[in-house]
Design a protein around this ligand. Sequence first.
Ligand code: IVH
Length: 668
Amino acid sequence: MNKQEAKHRIEKLKELVNYHRYQYHVLDKQEISDAALDSLKKELFDLEQHFPEFITADSPTQRVGGKPLPEFKKVPHKERMLSLNDAFSKEDMQDWLERISKLLTEQEKNQIDFYCELKIDGLAIELEYDNGIFKQGSTRGDGTVGEDITQNLKTVEAIPLKITNYQLSIINSLVVRGEVFISKKEFEAINKTQVAKGLPLYANPRNIAAGSVRQLDPKVTASRKLDSFAYDIILGVETKTHEQRHDEFKKMGFKTNSHNKYCKNLEEVFHFYEHVQKIRGKLAYEIDGVVVIVNNNALFEKLGVVGKTPRGAIAFKFAQSQATTIIEDIKIQVGRTGAMTPVAVLKPVQISGITITRATLHNEDEIRRLDVKIGDSVIVGRAGDVIPDIIKVLPELRTGKEKHFKMPTHCPACTTKLEKSETEVLWRCPNVTCFARSRRSFYHFVSRPAFNIDGLGPKIIDRLLDEGLAQDPADIFSLKEGDLAQLERFGEKSAENVVAAIQEKKEIIFSRFIYALGIRNIGAETAVDIAEHFGSLEKLKNAKLEDFDSIANIGPIVAKSVYEWFGDKGNGKFLEKLLKAGVKITRRPTSGAGRLQGKTFVFTGTLENIERESAKEKVRALGGQVSESVSAKTSFVVVGSEPGSKADKAKKLGVKVLDEKEFLELIK
Ligand code: IVH
């Protein structure tokens, strides 16, 4: 990006971020997710770091959003209420340490240590005590002037009305800051009553906390069990370190977070961060990261303030499921069934710790619905292990140079004219020998739920096809080590491994075999139903269309695609070739059969020690069933790491939840 472009982008980002901050902080409204807004703020911050000449006083990086509401008495803060810059990765943290180290002497640099606090997802408050008695409480407001919410804060049990330690109570003026928040449980309870009253739901606990604290009637506040943690002392008690401030808090009767921890160096900070990530789900309240503070107060002061954020502290946020980025191009991906899927090529962006470079745009209708253009800034999201998709376009950030995308009329691989039936949203390449289609079918054939051949990924398949070492997937079974080893940059050892992996998977259970064929409309679950019904390839091959009628879960469209696939001559030859190459179809393992009879399992999240497909096969082998959605009839939900909404649903419905260890125990 050149200087001129950066300037424009900064201007537009400022406007957009300010708009959403105003919606959020002043109007308590939310149009885009916290994650998306954070992402925009981060881009603005990074751009301003690159081009500091464009930092202006009205930038949201310099300004704390939110004007005090007119209904409340205004309270000037004793000291400006700052906010924190965000870090999303270890690299961001290292950059931060490097930045601040430059401002310190060699000796001071060596002294840097940290105090880490959980970053509570609530609302910042300031509390003032006169001679040990709670006098006034306020919101952040615009950072300089807040709103007087004293009466409301008096209803919060965690906030002492009187300082407990007599010694300290003679301090005539004490000013502390902290966070007021609501527990996850309380959040759910309040939303339930909202539903009962026919009122709109609150988006998150912070919204409720904000709404509750800024009530004109303290009785309403009192009814919402608000909680609070203290995190900083502004006036009244002098300490050498930030950690000691927390010791003082305890003596004075303030509630502090017991997880907060002193960390000697960044290494320990990373350790703590990872630990907090693990316990996050079990906490009674929402957090969105860890606040990392230079522990030595003298150094913290020396580092000073830039804009409206202290240099000596940073919010190390958890990876998020949404981020903003730019669509650099839109390409067409040809699927194995000939479907043309438009795919957005993204400027790389991190979501949940993974770099995303592509997102699916699904189809032409979706492009129209989103009104997306090449060059657009967008919000991308990623849920669990699903392919990322575009959630929203940010037209406010357009420069006028964005390009309209037009669906091609011909297949980009084989130039055949594309077709679309009336009932479908997808354009398809009708050419069954289309090179792009075959390539995709090949990837599918060796993929995990199919033949599951370790080490034989798309890159190697591309090379096999390009070098003419394989024409179709049946050819892999006759590959010799020498064939692979001749490929450039392919070591002898890896050639040996791949060939061994292929030979090992020659024997395959029937359902996987059916799935591997890549027949249109046949997913892994449908393949199981078909395999169970017919029992052998011979029977399936000779089946008539009406033979599919009696299979549960199979409708006429699926029946037709299977029937037609087996009727095709080319496919018949391919089947023969597979069997000749030594592929052997086996029946399902039957040991322990029936033990899980009548039990239904649902899987969510990533399993560490067993692949999802194998886990499902184990369940079926023992007579159990696998389903994709949780209902009251589900017997068990098996939860891996980073589970999706199914885990929550299980809890809601009271379905038994198993972790991976318990599941493995059960199927042993
Ligand atoms: S700041 C000198 N600590 O996060 C820094 N902020 O922009 C002293 N927040 O809205 C500590 N938990 O209200 C600090 N433990 C915590 C926090 C925390 C939540 C909020 C804060 C502000 C935002 C920071």
